[in-house]
Design a protein around this ligand. Sequence first.
Ligand SMILES: C[S@@+](CC[C@H](N)C(=O)[O-])C[C@H]1O[C@@H](n2cnc3c(N)ncnc32)[C@H](O)[C@@H]1O
Length: 345
Amino acid sequence: MSRPSTKSRHASYSNAANDASPSRDSWRADEARTKAMYEYSPYPDLGADLKTQDLYLRHLSEDFKKKDNVYVDVGCGTGHYIVGTAKRYPNWRCIGIDLSEQALNIARQLAEKHGVKNVEFHQGSYLDPLPFKDKADIISAMGTIHHCGDPEKAMQIMHDLLKDDGYMLWHMYGWRADQGKFDLKMALDILEPDLGSHEKRFFYYRTLMDHRNKKILKRIANTSLYDLYSMIKIGLRNWKRRHKKVSWSPPWNDDFKDLNSPWIDHFCHPCERAYEVPEIHSLVESGHFSVYKMIAQGKEFPQLIPHEWQARYAQLGFWEKARLSELLAVGGGSFAMILRKQKQD
Ligand SMILES: C[S@@+](CC[C@H](N)C(=O)[O-])C[C@H]1O[C@@H](n2cnc3c(N)ncnc32)[C@H](O)[C@@H]1O
């Protein structure tokens, strides 16, 4: 099967067929591929611990969090966020929706395991009419909109789902965090374009890793102090996550010895996109949202700005500052943001 181009006007990386050649309802084909992927390989598994959303929720007022909120987790997957949140806020009504029945089966078991009652799950697509009437005080969209059939449509639907004074917690892939992964994935695409041929793709991956590992002395000689610092930092973070049993999946730059679900997720995903600031800006606009808090990629870092730039910098708009921060920072991360609806005049 030939794969679509990975260039798109929507995202710095995209292998969604609909992004390359949009046609009426072609996004359904992308959605079907995503569903098949998560029926086969739900993410993460039951053994992983619950996830908290403190990174986002600590920015909301205590009064808001005390309310009897309706919290909707779109693309809730195996439920580690929604069950964790429902447990923490027993007065909230928590609703999860996901394409994958296999993922929801794990989510239901997880709720039972933790004795959580204020949670309900629906199988289906959030791009279709929703199977519940309530509007949301909080929408959580963690790692899902970059996998859906049509992200712009998703943003418009989220806008309609959210109450006027509500918040949307949003996590999206940042291209600069994962460039190396996409380079590797595109190299595998050239050798074996069929993303479903896991064994063949893994063969090319594994032999490349072995080939690189043979040149270890040369690699050590070419490693800068900064590379070393990053490797230690990331290694320590992953060790801590594993140790604390935070829902953890090995990062793409692990040396995978076996063909397992995280490897398939990293290197054979049939519908994924990764973004830079201008593309995230356009998605935010397409849903008529504004940014309440930029938590990770694109966040302002005053220390990146030389003193002589300060006067000019002060004249820049929010998105120009976010892009500067992305361009000047070393490395990159994912986008973690809180959105609100734009005020209507
Ligand atoms: C990487 S998983 C993230 C799961 C969870 N949000 C988390 O962060 O742990 C992405 C999930 O989004 C779901 N998904 C993608 N498009 C969807 C759609 N249109 N409607 C419902 N679920 C969707 C997939 O089935 C998958 O379970």
